[in-house]
Each structure stands twice: as C-alpha cells, then as structure tokens.
Ligand binder design. Structure first.
Ligand code: DGL
Length: 283
C-alpha cells in the first residue's frame, strides 16, 4: 500500500500543509464508529480526534448509494474544515459505497475500515475461506469481496447481511438470548462454508464479539476492523511524518446531528469510558 492509499496522490503543496499537531477526523453514520475511536485512543494516546456521528440520519445501512454518497460528502467537508490531518471512514457502509468520493475531494490522506478489514482478514485466514457480515448496503456493494480479491484472488468469500444486529447492539442486548438466536440464524450459511475467519464488517459488531465467538466456535478468527484501523493509522502517520510530536493530553471533540444525550449514553458503552465535548451540528 502506498503512503496515500487507493491511488490518492496529493500534490506536494497539499502534503506540506498537513500539520502533525492537527487532529484526526473520524466519521460514522452514528455512534458505532466510536469502536474505531476507542481503538485509536488506545493505540495513539497523543493524537487529538474530531469525531462526527450523523445521529439524525442513522441508519445508513439500509439507504441508497445516492443518499449515502450525499451525506458522506457533507460530513467529509465538515471535518476538513476542522483542518484534520487524516480522514478515517469508520462506517463500513459509507466506506463500501463512497470511499472513492471522499478520496477525490480530500486534500488529506483517507483511510477506510474496509481496506483495513480486508488486510486483517487475509492475515487471520489460513484456508482462504473467509466470511463477511455487515449491513445490507455493505454486503450488496461487494466492497469486501473486491478488496479481498484484489489482494488474494484465490480467496473464497461467503457474505451475509445482518440487519438486526445494529438495533440489538443499540438496545444493549450484547449477551441476550434474542441476539444469540439471531446470530445462530445469520451465521448458519456462513459457517456451513467452513470459513476460518469472519470479518465483522460493521461498526456495531465488535460489541458482539464474545457472543459471536461463542456461536462461530473457536476455529473461526473474528476480524475486528477497529483494531486493524488503529494499526493502519499508526503506520500511515509514521510513514508520512504526521505523528503528533507533543506528549500532551489530546483533545477529543464529538459532533452529532441530533439527540446528544442518547449519543452520550450509548457512546460511553462503545467507547468504554466517559464522553464529553459533544456538540450538535444543525444542518
Ligand atoms: N455504521 C454502520 C456500518 O458500519 C452501521 C450503522 C448504520 O447502518 O448506519 O455499516
């Protein structure tokens, strides 16, 4: 992978203007991308972050490509105005259908969870039989299959849309009989293909890890794109000399489009710590 992923080549003047002390911009359709923020906070404790969650318009996973592309552009432009040095598309659905759009408009490098997840899936798989689960839009886009086949054409993929997982996670039913039954049903056709790794291709699914591991069994490695994303971010910042040289407490800001209180309550579950500096953006 090049310094600027997926064919993105900013002019020298653009990269000169990137400030290592600037924040990282992370965005998602709602609260789920905080799983990526959590991994980033742990891996890169001196990097400031501006997070955008489109809580007024979530869920994206059942919307059209056109609508998602429009929303994604709006959010990327908002974060670029905050002078972020790097944009991270934490939402699998946005990454699946609008990653190129963001790369085309962004003067800063762009990373997305699908690229990160594809690389980790291949690293985790011995048999090259890989399962992918995600929202209907992500699965229908075939983005994971394309990303994995671009690296390993021989890989055999089995994909499954799991639309009920997002509401179950938001409800906090992380270890609930209803969620277990739902997971058994969704994973049945995937497990029948003898996959040895399963990509959790949605921001919400890392919270279901223990339950999904139980259902999938010990022979299936669960690939969490949040961890993969944090590793890829660390490597890219270092490569581009964009790591923050200061050893000061970082600043975190959270921008949402609706109901900040609910964002805060559910967000703390995703983040695993308390959350402040939540601002409402009125569009
Ligand atoms: N953030 C979305 C994803 O990762 C899940 C929630 C939604 O459907 O908007 O695909």
């Amino acid at each position: 992978m090049g310094a600027f992923p997926a064919g993105q080549r900013p002019s020298p003047t653009m990269s000169e203007h990137l400030n290592p002390r600037g924040p990282i911009g992370v965005f998602d359709s709602g609260v789920g991308g905080l799983t990526v923020v959590r991994a980033l906070m742990e891996r890169l404790p001196f990097e400031s972050i501006h997070y955008f969650g489109d809580t007024a318009r979530v869920p994206y996973g059942i919307k059209s490509v056109q609508t998602i592309s429009h929303y994604t552009t709006q959010i990327a432009e908002f974060l670029l105005e905050k002078r972020v040095k790097l944009l991270i598309i934490a939402c699998n659905t946005m990454a699946a259908v609008a990653a190129q759009l963001v790369r085309d408009l962004s003067p800063t490098p762009v990373l997305d969870v699908i690229e990160a997840g594809a690389l980790s899936a291949l690293a985790a798989s011995k048999t090259r039989r890989i399962g992918v689960i995600g929202t209907p839009t992500t699965i229908n886009s075939n983005a994971y299959a394309r990303a994995i086949h671009a690296i390993e054409p021989e890989a055999r993929l089995t994909s499954q849309a799991c639309p009920l997982f997002v509401p179950l996670v938001e409800e906090g039913w992380l270890d609930h009989a209803v969620t277990r039954l739902t997971a058994q049903e969704y994973l049945k056709p995937v497990l029948a293909e003898q996959v040895d790794s399963l990509v959790l291709g949605c921001t919400h699914y890392p919270l279901l890890k223990p339950l999904l591991q139980e259902v999938a069994g010990p022979g299936v490695a669960l690939v969490d794109s949040a961890d993969a994303m944090a590793e890829q971010t660390a490597a890219l910042l270092q490569k581009l000399n964009l790591s923050n040289p200061d050893r000061l407490p970082p600043e975190y800001h959270f921008w949402v489009t609706d109901v900040p209180l609910r964002f805060q309550t559910i967000g703390e579950r995703f983040l695993g710590r308390s959350l402040s500096n939540v601002h409402v953006v009125q569009w």
